[in-house]
Design a protein around this ligand. Sequence first.
Ligand SMILES: Nc1ncnc2c1ncn2[C@@H]1O[C@H](COP(=O)(O)OP(=O)(O)OP(=O)(O)O)[C@@H](O)[C@H]1O
Ligand SMILES: [Mg+2]
Length: 340
Amino acid sequence: MAATTEPVLSIRNLGVAYETSQGPVHAVSDVSFDVGADEVFGIAGESGCGKSTLIRSLLRLLPNNGTMTAERCTYKGRDLMAMSDEAFRSTIQWQEISLVPQSAMASFNPVYRVGDQIIESMRAHRRMGRAEAWERAAGLFDVVGLQADLLRNYPHEFSGGMRQRAMIAMALSLDPGLIIMDEPTTGLDVLVQERILRRIREIRAEIHSAIILITHDIAVIAEMSDRIAIMYGGEIMELAPSVDLFENPHHPYTLGLENAFPSIRNVGKDLISIPGSPPTLVGPVESCPFEPRCPFRIDGCAAANPAVVDVGDGHQVRCLQTGDVARMRTLAREKSTWRS
Ligand SMILES: Nc1ncnc2c1ncn2[C@@H]1O[C@H](COP(=O)(O)OP(=O)(O)OP(=O)(O)O)[C@@H](O)[C@H]1O
Ligand SMILES: [Mg+2]
């Protein structure tokens, strides 16, 4: 779906399958969205729904058993699908699209100083002397709230939060048009989390990169993103401007998710979780992946995967029941609706 500004990234019908001994695992299916040049685009969904697979496929970082297909995948109008691996690595990866990976805590090499790793990565892509690169790295450390002299330290001398911020500095180092952050605050304590999120917000005001922010934490995504995609079973179930997603949710999965998180609306209320477990994704996609867990399912839901419905104002929902949303919302607030 369209971004409000000229998109930096535009993808249509992106899919990823992993070959396994049980057959193909359809980790991502029929994903389409645009990310605007000045936008924070959030992707939320529970563990295993395909978030990391989606972004690894965009960066050509899939393992050997993974294959990506797409009808369209463009970066600033350039067709990424038509680009050779070599061209992609020398012109797009890191320079134009950078990644703060999910395992950022482990992504620095323990035997080199953090600063050396950051400047070597810069110098691998840009003509730059060591002194100039070091100066730039010091500036980036300042942006993420780390003292410049920490550049001389080894990764083990950094706390988890510091390493995460150093990774964000590295992702900013080549002025990319798009930075993808995969669970940038997961596993950190709440105070450190809050500090990193504040930094990301400040960075946003200083740089001109779009950001894709991935997390299973809907509260984090709500606070940070301009638009949000809710993923389930490898598909985008609902995509909307953030405010609209929370004030005007349509998909039964989104309704269930919002019940399950503490929020202004849920203060003093029991949090309700969705019974059942996510799909295994083995075999072809022939029905709505949420159908087995959906309290509002009807006959058609298992017969075919629902098409995406536009419900207005850039809000898209993959559900057959969008016409019945008022009733679903009322029922979704009742604990009895979600009994297994
Ligand atoms: N190399 C692989 N081979 C086979 N299946 C895989 C492989 N990597 C991931 N998967 C499967 O693909 C699906 C999506 O996984 P992915 O890691 O993308 O999810 P995620 O949303 O990032 O989860 P999390 O929130 O835990 O990081 C899962 O069912 C996972 O088991
Ligand atoms: Mg992941």
